[in-house]
Write a protein that binds this ligand. Structure first.
Ligand code: ZN
Ligand code: ZN
Length: 404
């Protein structure tokens, strides 16, 4: 792929700027949360059909998620997959946008509306280039990235979405990075993510007679404090781990000591050994503290995203070169390692992959609110850049995999 190709791809993407914006804002107004992306999937499939592709809808028996293949030339090898997530989050938008979410309790607050639209733009351009390419591009519009427990990526893999795929790429808009800047990284980029749940069983009673009860609030409060010592005292300081308690529910009435306390939270890390040791410490501390205060503990530990997002070094280098040619060296930087998680890691546990970031934060346009905030919004002017990056990377990866 020469710079003439990159320029041509850039011009084709720029020409669809208005269309990309309109479609992005439409999806923004009609968000669908994880595993409910029925209309979104239908719309994506109809756009793919307009391009001339044959999309297949469905994931884990539900009419959500879309896959389409573009075969270029006579061979379906090598095969590069491009993945966009398409789901919204389950909370209400607070904004004055003309295209604000029309659904209470659902909002595209992570930019997945834009991810879907950019991949559609990429599909159109790659389809127009198919006579000049060799191999196959698989477009994956994945549901349920945000679900937190039942991953859309894992479900699509069980359905065979990676069969025949040699490499995969995914992109995330990033509102705290200036619009148009591109971030890449080789090796680990985002952490694994686990969920823990602990139920402390005490014995409830009158708030004025604590000696006749076993107070689960005291057990739970001690547990949350002791939890802080796992990272600070038990894990190698040169390793990375975060343990947080996100939910703490105990009692509803001021003068009643309740029977139980229910807590849950998150563990994030980059190492399987650290994860296993955090899990063992958490269970030991929960049970020991419960016993010390005459109660009992039931613990549950779920590996939600068991692997970190870990970029294949060769693909990351290839992407960096492509990004420099698309947006210029001054706009390409190395991403920091992040403790957030992404279910793109499921794909990377099976095949080489590259996950990268495109900045979409512009203070003048009001698009710097954090992801997952009720005031999050996307700077639509970066959509053509995202399209160019996806197309250029797919072309470069096909060439590289063919050994050119
Ligand atoms: Zn998100
Ligand atoms: Zn996201």
């Amino acid at each position: 792929m020469d710079s003439g190709d990159i320029g041509q791809i850039g011009r084709a993407a720029a020409a669809m700027a208005e269309e990309l914006t309109t479609l992005r804002q439409h999806l923004h107004a009609y968000p669908e949360i994880s595993w409910q992306e029925v209309e979104t999937s239908r719309l994506i499939a109809s756009k793919l059909e307009e391009i001339g592709l044959k999309p297949r809808i469905g994931t884990a028996g539900k009419p959500v998620g879309v896959v389409a293949d573009l075969t270029c030339g006579s061979e379906a090898k090598p095969c590069v997959a491009l993945r966009a997530d398409i789901d919204a989050l389950a909370f209400t938008e607070e904004s004055d946008l003309t295209y604000k979410s029309l659904k209470s309790g659902a909002m595209h607050a992570c930019g997945h509306d834009a991810h879907a639209v950019m991949l559609l733009g990429a599909a159109r351009i790659l389809h127009s280039m198919k006579d000049r390419l060799t191999g196959q591009v698989r477009f994956i519009f994945q549901p349920a990235e945000e679900h937190g427990l039942v991953s859309g990526a894992e479900a699509m893999m069980k359905g065979g979405v990676l069969e025949g795929v040699d490499a995969i790429a995914g992109m995330h808009l990033w509102s705290h990075v200036p619009s148009g800047k591109v971030q890449w990284r080789s090796g680990p980029v985002m952490a694994s993510s686990d969920v823990w749940e602990v139920c402390f069983q005490g014995r409830g009673g009158h708030g004025a007679m604590p000696h006749k009860t076993v107070d689960p609030a005291v057990i739970a409060a001690n547990f949350v404090l002791a939890l802080q010592t796992i990272v600070s005292r038990e894990i190698d300081p040169l390793q990375t781990c975060v343990i947080s308690a996100g939910k703490f529910h105990c009692g509803d009435v001021t003068n009643v000591i309740p029977d139980r306390a229910e807590l849950s939270g998150n563990v994030r890390t980059f190492s399987l050994d650290v994860r296993d040791s955090a899990r063992a410490s958490l269970v030991r501390i929960a049970e020991s503290i419960a016993t010390a205060y005459r109660g009992s503990a039931e613990t549950k530990y779920i590996n939600v995203y068991p692997h970190p997002v870990n970029n294949d070094p060769a693909l990351a280098e290839l992407f960096r070169d492509v990004a420099i040619r698309v947006v210029g060296e001054e706009n390409v930087e190395e991403s920091p390692v992040l403790m957030t998680s992404e279910d793109f890691s499921f794909y990377q546990s099976r095949i080489p992959g590259n996950f990268f970031f495109l900045g979409s934060g512009d203070p003048e346009k009001g698009t710097t609110a954090p992801h997952h905030s009720s005031r999050f919004n996307v700077d639509d002017s970066v959509l053509p850049t995202g399209v160019s990056l996806l197309v250029s990377f797919a072309c470069a990866a096909l060439e590289k995999l063919r050994g050119k």
